[in-house]
Design a binder for this molecule. Structure first.
Ligand code: CP3
Length: 347
């Protein structure tokens, strides 16, 4: 049983069935390069992964956007590619270019990954969670996260970000059993990783499936829905009341199926999800989160104000969490974020 809604932080109320006005707000990538205070800690850390694995620094950057804007939730500072790194794959973040991994394309390379090797690196992330929870006020919730098996696999197989995830899709077609082994490994290690975050103090979880949209129906069922359901089941077996938000970016009309079949407690809607769907059938089925275009947050002004009003009007009376449709981009003016929080809280 979850405690009654009144004793919960604002962020968790929609999961207890409450349609709050104003809705809770947090933003994907709320810690990051658009903030001068982040850039300063990032420089001190040297490499991006060092920042992720140093609890003093990672907890500091997790808290920076909470201090500046008073969001209803903090999200653990780490990256979805911590998991392949902890498994023993070579992962680097190249300045201005994004992640580079030594690609895994076949069984022989898969065999080198080691689930038991992850513990010491995961422990450092769990320590960050514990530190943040200790420093955060009781009315701000802490969100833990991981990448969904499919999305993490696209980076592990492709070796870098790509527009079409061709390398992973090709392996999945060529050798579905081999690819299944990679997905199974990711389900197993991600369940452990999320469970550890909950034990350390995370009060909700988000599963980022940023490339869910690149698959046709049958493959979406096999590589997005099925592994996510397994992951949710595994985490819920240990932590039955932890709210889990799925973010199947690009799922479009398949989002309703995703919600029904995976057992998530909420769905993150991307920028392209029509308000009529987010506030209609999806909101009737689950907690919905979204979906302001991150580029409107860059633009600010009238255009942003109008769209924020339209989103808020559409979700009135629904269990809703305000967010962007994808992460904050580095060129976002910090004062536009302050204005957004003010607009959402004015309702
Ligand atoms: O949201 C937060 O504030 C928490 C931290 C967080 C980061 N990445 C920090 C980060 C979270 C939740 C992520 C998720 C993530 N990482 C996703 C899923 C969400 C999405 O954006 O689709 C993906 C696909 C990644 C992989 C990744 N990490 C890429 C492709 C890149 C390079 C692109 C870029 O913006 O540089 C990263 C790097 C990264 N992760 C940065 C941050 C703050 C910037 C790196 C830096 O500061 O040097």
């Amino acid at each position: 049983m979850r405690p009654p809604a009144e004793s919960l932080p604002h962020f968790l109320r929609p999961f207890a069935g409450e349609a709050t006005t104003p809705p809770p707000i947090w933003l994907m990538r709320q810690a990051g390069r658009y903030l001068p205070e982040y850039r300063s800690v990032r420089e001190k850390a040297g490499s991006f992964l060092t920042l992720c694995y140093t609890p003093e620094l990672a907890s500091e950057v997790t808290l920076q956007p909470i201090r500046r804007y008073g969001f209803d939730a903090a999200i653990l500072f780490a990256d979805i590619l911590v998991v392949p790194d902890a498994l023993g794959q070579t992962v680097a973040f190249v300045e201005g270019e994004g992640p580079r991994l030594e690609p895994i394309r076949a069984d022989a390379e898969l065999a080198r990954l080691n689930v038991s090797a992850t513990r010491s690196k995961y422990e450092r992330v769990f320590e960050t969670v514990a530190r943040v929870r200790q420093e955060l006020s009781r009315d701000v919730a802490l969100i833990g996260f991981c990448g969904a098996p499919w999305t993490v696999a696209t980076y592990m197989v492709g070796g870098q970000g790509s527009a079409d995830q061709a390398a992973a899709r090709a392996w999945a077609y060529r050798d579905p059993r081999g690819f299944q082994r990679l997905i199974d490994l990711l389900v197993e290690t991600s369940a452990y990783y999320l469970g550890g975050q909950v034990k350390a103090g995370a009060q909700a979880l988000q599963i980022f499936d940023s490339w869910a949209g690149s698959l046709p129906d049958d493959e979406f069922q096999r590589w997005v829905i099925a592994p996510t359901k397994l992951l949710v089941d595994r985490v819920k077996a240990q932590h039955p009341t932890i709210p889990i938000i799925g973010f199947p970016r690009g799922a479009g009309s398949r989002a309703a199926d995703y919600v029904k079949q995976t057992g998530v407690d909420g769905v993150g809607c991307d920028t392209a999800m029509p308000l009529s769907v987010m506030a209609g059938p999806l909101a009737d089925a689950t907690v919905v989160q979204g979906n302001l275009d991150p580029l409107l947050l860059v633009a600010g002004g009238e255009a942003m104000e109008r769209r924020v009003a339209a989103i808020l009007a559409a979700v009135t009376g629904k269990r809703f969490i305000f967010n962007l449709g994808h992460g904050i981009v580095p060129q976002t003016p910090p004062e536009h974020v302050a204005r957004l929080v003010e607009l959402v809280r004015k309702t």
